[in-house]
Ligand binder design. Structure first.
Ligand code: ZN
Ligand code: ZN
Length: 344
């Protein structure tokens, strides 16, 4: 089978490797589509995220959908031909975090694409069926791949405990910001105000239903929020840009007693407007991946309540993964979400 390896930062090559063996309690999945994630770009450019370091040729990719090719003898409920989304993190299912349901916080999680675990930019994958989710007929492979970023957004919006009719601010209209925007609409947050520095992404957010889009390059986010909310500020703020300025804008956007949710991954340490946070008694939640979020997102996609596909701006075949990475990193490319077509 074909698999795309990051040989070293900035260099990807497609190699032929054997189709993986699968155990009696695993399924073998033919991967069809994989979303290109900001984390893939970090590894491509820098060769590491925190203490996950690419030390040998490594397969990236974790936002995937495909078709079951084979099932192990002990597997129930899945059969060859089933179309599925692949949840990329397989936790230990034994520790206290796992047993309490917060399996995204398991210390032993094997998360695909994060070294040393290979990801899904390859034609076949052996996986634990508990983390394989059948797709309804009218949910496409592209939507199946987008469940991953939507699950991150679902986790973030759950932390904010959105109530209908209350204003929400989203800092950053990249893929995660777009996913938050999709879900915020159906959860009833109103108005939903987005800030973005990229003109293309700002226009995409407006097209996806943001009630107001703030140009974070030229406008004062805190002041603009006050004018849009009649002087009140937002009940909730979600930081999805990963920038220090975005964090500060999000704190500025929420009213006293408001809630700030942090998803964007940027520098390891950022300056924090401490006095403002204290005076506002702002609650601050960190968000890391997701647990038990694939199924609700899948239901919303199956019911046609969220779209997903409208964020896709480019598609590349697996053989052109390196070009996709370069285009994604180029400031000259208008992009929101890219899909890598692995097979099918
Ligand atoms: Zn991702
Ligand atoms: Zn665990």
């Amino acid at each position: 089978m074909k698999a795309a390896f990051l040989d070293k930062p900035g260099h990807i090559s497609v190699k032929d490797i054997p189709v993986p063996d699968y155990g009696p309690d695993q399924v073998l999945i033919q991967i069809h589509e994989v979303g290109l994630c900001g984390s893939d770009l970090h590894y491509y450019k820098e060769g590491r995220i925190g203490n996950h370091i690419v030390k040998e040729p490594h397969i990236l990719g974790h936002e995937s959908a495909g078709i079951i090719a084979e099932v192990g003898k002990a597997v129930e409920g899945l059969k060859p031909g089933d179309r599925v989304a692949v949840e990329p993190g397989v936790p230990c299912l034994k520790c206290n975090q796992c047993l309490s349901g917060r399996y995204n916080l398991c210390d032993s999680v094997q998360f695909m694409g994060a070294p040393p675990y290979h990801g899904t930019f390859r034609e076949y994958l052996a996986h634990n069926p508990l983390f394989v989710h059948p797709l309804p007929d009218d949910v496409s492979f592209t939507q199946g791949a987008l469940i991953e970023p939507l699950a991150v957004a679902y986790n973030a919006l759950s932390k904010a405990a959105i109530q209908p009719g209350k204003p929400l601010f989203i800092s950053g209209a990249g893929p995660i910001g777009a996913a938050c925007l999709e879900l915020a609409g159906i959860m009833g947050a109103s108005p939903v105000i987005v800030s973005e520095i990229d003109g293309f992404r700002g226009r995409m957010a407006a097209g996806m239903g943001a009630d107001a889009v703030i140009d974070a390059n030229t406008e004062d986010v805190g002041e603009k929020i006050l004018s849009v909310t009649g002087g009140e500020g937002c009940e909730y703020g979600i930081e999805a840009s990963g920038s220090e300025a975005g964090f500060q804008d999000t704190v500025a956007a929420v009213k006293r007693g408001g809630t700030v949710v942090l998803i964007g991954m940027g520098r390891e340490t950022v300056a924090m407007p401490l006095t403002e946070i204290l005076k506002k008694e702002a609650a601050i939640h960190g968000v890391y991946r997701y647990a038990n979020c694939y199924k609700p997102v899948l239901r919303l996609l199956g019911a046609g309540k969220i779209q997903g596909e409208r964020w896709i701006t480019q598609r590349y075949p697996l053989a052109e993964l390196g070009n996709a990475m370069e285009a994604a990193l180029s400031p000259d490319t208008d992009k929101l979400k890219m899909i890598i077509q692995v097979s099918g």
